[in-house]
Design a protein around this ligand. Structure first.
Ligand code: C5P
Length: 236
């Protein structure tokens, strides 16, 4: 497999074509962004940590029967994935209230949510990723009804598996964001799962071990990501 031209560059990852049109290379950079790209910094080792973290989680989920785009870890910062047509929607599940939910509804940060809350957001920086529902997705043609149901079902299945994985390592999976795409007409989990796109708290101390350390200027961002990786058994 040969890496070819860059197809797309996002805020933290770039996508490169390969000599096989079914596959692309996902390249994890050290760029770290927050607030729709308003705050951007380079954090040493982040590309490597997130690439290996994501590879571990995607393989873990695939073993549990979740269809994912992940094919192979290529090197420290790159993975081979299926070339999907991405659905421009973010699927968020919240087990504990934090972040935008707290700001939007005025509920207490840290409140346990039972049952967990599911939310869709449109991926659109210029519009600040507005919250949407199934009707918007179907009416504006971002995904078909059956694919919307599938994304929702898979996002909840991921919750079952990852809540347990992190709980067994002494952490609370507060919330997370997933993105999906279509490959040969079927829905697969895409993008990445890393501490950049979820909230993880130490179960005892409630110390934040995720991107909120960057958003809130708490420092020790990559050290926290490495701690999570080490606790769940990711080899860095
Ligand atoms: O900001 P909010 O509380 O809505 O975020 C919910 C979850 O989704 C958090 O874990 C956050 O890191 C993740 N997220 C993300 N990318 C976005 C928006 C949210 O990874 N663009």
């Amino acid at each position: 497999m040969q890496k070819k031209q860059e197809l797309y560059s996002g805020k933290a990852k770039s996508v490169f074509a390969t000599d096989n049109e079914d596959y692309v290379v996902l390249s994890f950079r050290d760029d770290t962004s927050a607030f729709d790209g308003e705050k951007v910094e380079q954090l040493n080792r982040k590309g490597m940590v997130n690439n290996k973290f994501n590879a571990f989680i995607m393989q873990y989920l695939a073993d549990k029967g979740i269809p994912t785009h992940f094919e192979a870890l290529l090197n420290d910062t790159e993975s081979l994935v299926k070339n999907m047509k991405m659905v421009p929607v973010e699927c968020v599940v919240r087990n504990v209230a934090s972040g935008s939910l707290v700001r939007r509804l005025g509920v207490e940060d840290g409140l346990e949510l039972n049952p967990p809350v599911f939310e869709f957001f449109l991926k659109n920086d210029a519009l600040h990723d507005p919250m949407i529902n199934e009707y918007h997705i179907e009416t504006f043609g971002w995904a078909k009804a059956e694919d919307i149901s599938k994304m929702k079902e898979l996002t909840f299945k991921v919750n079952e598996h990852l809540q347990k994985l992190f709980a067994d390592a002494g952490m609370i999976l507060v919330d997370y964001k997933l993105e999906f795409g279509l490959f040969k007409g079927e829905i697969y989990l895409g993008d990445e799962f890393s501490p950049d796109g979820c909230r993880l708290w130490d179960a005892e101390t409630r110390k934040k071990l995720d991107k909120d350390r960057f958003r809130q200027g708490l420092g020790g961002v990559i050290e926290a990501y490495e701690e999570v990786a080490q606790r769940i058994g990711v080899k860095l």
